[in-house]
Design a protein around this ligand. Sequence first.
Ligand code: DC
Length: 232
Amino acid sequence: METKKNKLTIAIDGHSSCGKSTVAKDLAKALGYTYIDSGAMYRSVTLLCMEHDLIDGEQVNLVALKPLMENLSIHFTFDVEKQQYITWMNNRKVEHKIRSIEVANNVSVVSKIDFVRSKLVAMQQEMGKQGGIVMDGRDIGTVVFTDAELKIFMTASPQVRAQRRFDELKAAGHQLTFEEVLENIEKRDFMDANREIAPLKKADDAVVLDNSSLSKEEQLAILIDLVEQRSN
Ligand code: DC
C-alpha cells in the first residue's frame, strides 16, 4: 500500500488473547512493515527463569536473574514455508516452548519486574527506531512508543478470547481444558491491569477496537483505513 508519509510506528495494545498478534501480523504484511511481538519477549524471559529454576510461586530470584538479563538476546525470524514468526532467545529457537500454559502461568510475575521491563523496553525501542513497525503488547502506546502515529487498544470478551486461545493451543498440540485457559486469561487480565509498573491501560490517544464479533478481514480493513488517515 502506498502512503504519503512512509514508515509509521503502529502500537497495538490490549488484553491477552484478543487476537492482537493475528491482526498486527496481517497489518504488517499488508504494509510491508516489520512485526514485533513484545509478549514473546516477556514469555522468553519467563522461560529463561523457569529453565534456571528462578521462580518459586510469586517469588523470582532477582539476584540470579539480573546477570542473565544483561546477556539476553532476542530476535525474530519468519519461516516462509510455515508462514510463521519464530522467536529466538540467546540464539535458540524458543517459539514452541514460550507458548506453553506453564509459561503463560508464570509470565505475569516476571513481567512486573522493573529491570526486566526496562531492558525489554530498550530492546523494543531499538528494534523500532527506524519506524515501519507494528508492535503489539500491553504498554506499546503508553511506554515504548508514546509518539506512535497510530495507537490501537484491542479487546474482546474473556469467553471469546479463551475460546480462540483454546483452539489455537489445541491445534499446536498443547494438552489442556477450556476452563484452564479461561482461568489463565482472567488471572492475566487482572495482573496486567493492576501491576505497579506499566499496567495495561488505554493510551489517551488510542483508538479502541472491540473485535468480539469482527472477522479478521473486517479488523484489517478498519486498521488499514486508520493507517491511511494517519498517513495523509
Ligand atoms: O501478548 P502475550 O499474551 O503473549 O503476552 C504475555 C504476557 O507478557 C502478558 O501476560 C503480559 C506480558 N506483557 C507485558 O507485560 N507487556 C507487553 N508489552 C507484552 C506482554
